[in-house]
Every structure is written in structure tokens, then in C-alpha cells.
Design a protein around this ligand. Structure first.
Ligand code: VGL
Ligand code: ZN
Length: 208
């Protein structure tokens, strides 16, 4: 892969893998694939979902509401999740199958109590920036390959924002796993295709 491309590995944390608080089916299965992908990239960036214990996206903070229901926040509709990826907890650690040694940047997100952050570029208010765009531009990175968890939430929102910001963007679908809540996977795949995100598989990178 050219020096202008980065592998952006989204939220490969214990809580999103089987046994975790917000387990994604087969989440652990992608770790060996991501290991192989990393060897093809000059730049590797990780994101880490990183919530305070009383984060407003947790169902436990909303009396009478349960996980996977939605609630109206001042920034729009928010899905409520089981408590997950609490700062400093074991569940927030990277999965043991993820090699983190080559990461140039570990970007934490979702640390502000009152707003969730699916995207690695913007919080869910669609306005507050994480700084990732500036980091990539300053380093001359114009092309992104995304993988990780979960396809239809943090991966898709990051890919869609990357396209909006003008990055050439690809999602390595077989190196992702989805939550798939009420058809969210099909909807997000359609949205990504429409936005010009390339949906590819590992083979297209590893065979090169
Ligand atoms: C995620 C839901 C809540 C994700 C993070 O990484 O896709 N999904 N927090
Ligand atoms: Zn989260």
C-alpha cells in the first residue's frame, strides 16, 4: 500500500467481542485478518471507544428505558447501549488478538458524558471534531482502509464522514463484524455504496 494510505482499525476491544458487554457476533474472528492487513500498511491507526461510567449512551442512565431502545437527545436520536468500554475497565482494553505495537495513533472517542461518538471524525452531534482529519492531513494521508467493530455503527459512521471530508475510503468488509439492529447493516452498506465508499474484502489487499 502507498505511503499515502492508512489502515484505520475501529474499536477492536474486549467489550465488542464474545464475552464482552456489547458483544458483536464473531467479533474476535477478525483479529487474524487484521494482523495480516497491518503488514501491508505504512500507517496504522487505532480507535478506542472510551466512555465515562455514567455515559449518556448507557441505558442504565435512563430510568425506564432498556438497552437497544432509542432516546431523543439534544443532538438527535441516540440508541441506548449496555454499559460498555468504560474508561480503564478490562472491557475497554484492546482484544488480546489485536497487535497494537505498530499503531502510530490511538484515538479515543466517546469520552464526553453527554454525547456519543460513533465516528472517528465527529461526535454524534455531527459538529464536534475529534482532530483525526487534521492529523491525517498534516501527515499527507489521503486514503483510508477501515476495518473493525462494528460494521454498521462505528466503522460505517467513520467511513461516511471520511468520504464527506474527501478521503478516498474503503471498508474491508470481511475484517469487520456487525451489530445489525433493525436492518442497520443493510442500510449502512447502502449508504456507504451511495457515498462512494469502496466495499472490499481482505483478498483485494493481500493478493496485491
Ligand atoms: C459502537 C455502539 C456503541 C461501535 C460503540 O464501536 O460500533 N457501537 N459504541
Ligand atoms: Zn460506545
Amino acid at each position: 500500500m502507498t505511503d499515502a494510505a492508512a489502515l484505520l482499525i475501529i474499536d477492536c476491544q474486549r467489550d465488542f467481542c464474545p464475552g464482552g458487554a456489547l458483544a458483536v457476533t464473531g467479533g474476535h474472528e477478525i483479529m487474524p485478518l487484521i494482523h495480516d492487513l497491518q503488514s501491508r500498511f505504512a500507517h496504522v491507526i487505532l480507535t478506542q471507544d472510551w466512555h465515562p461510567a455514567d455515559h449518556s449512551s448507557f441505558a442504565s442512565q435512563h430510568k425506564g428505558l432498556a438497552a437497544f431502545q432509542t432516546v431523543a437527545m439534544d443532538y438527535g436520536l441516540q440508541v441506548l447501549w449496555p454499559d460498555h468500554c468504560v474508561q480503564g475497565s478490562r472491557g475497554a482494553e484492546f482484544h488480546e488478538g489485536l497487535d497494537t505495537t505498530r499503531a502510530e495513533l490511538i484515538l479515543r472517542k466517546g469520552y464526553a458524558r453527554g454525547v456519543d461518538s460513533y465516528s472517528a471524525f465527529f461526535e454524534n452531534d455531527k459538529r464536534t471534531r475529534t482532530g483525526l482529519e487534521g492529523y491525517l492531513r498534516e501527515r499527507g494521508i489521503g486514503t483510508l482502509y477501515l476495518c473493525g467493530l462494528a460494521t454498521d455503527y462505528c466503522v460505517a459512521f467513520s467511513a461516511l464522514d471520511a468520504r464527506k471530508l474527501g478521503f478516498e475510503t474503503h471498508v474491508v468488509m470481511d475484517a469487520c463484524r456487525a451489530i445489525d439492529l433493525n436492518g442497520s447493516l443493510a442500510a449502512q452498506m447502502q449508504a456507504m455504496r451511495q457515498a462512494g465508499v469502496g466495499l472490499i474484502n481482505c483478498g483485494e489487499i493481500l493478493r496485491r
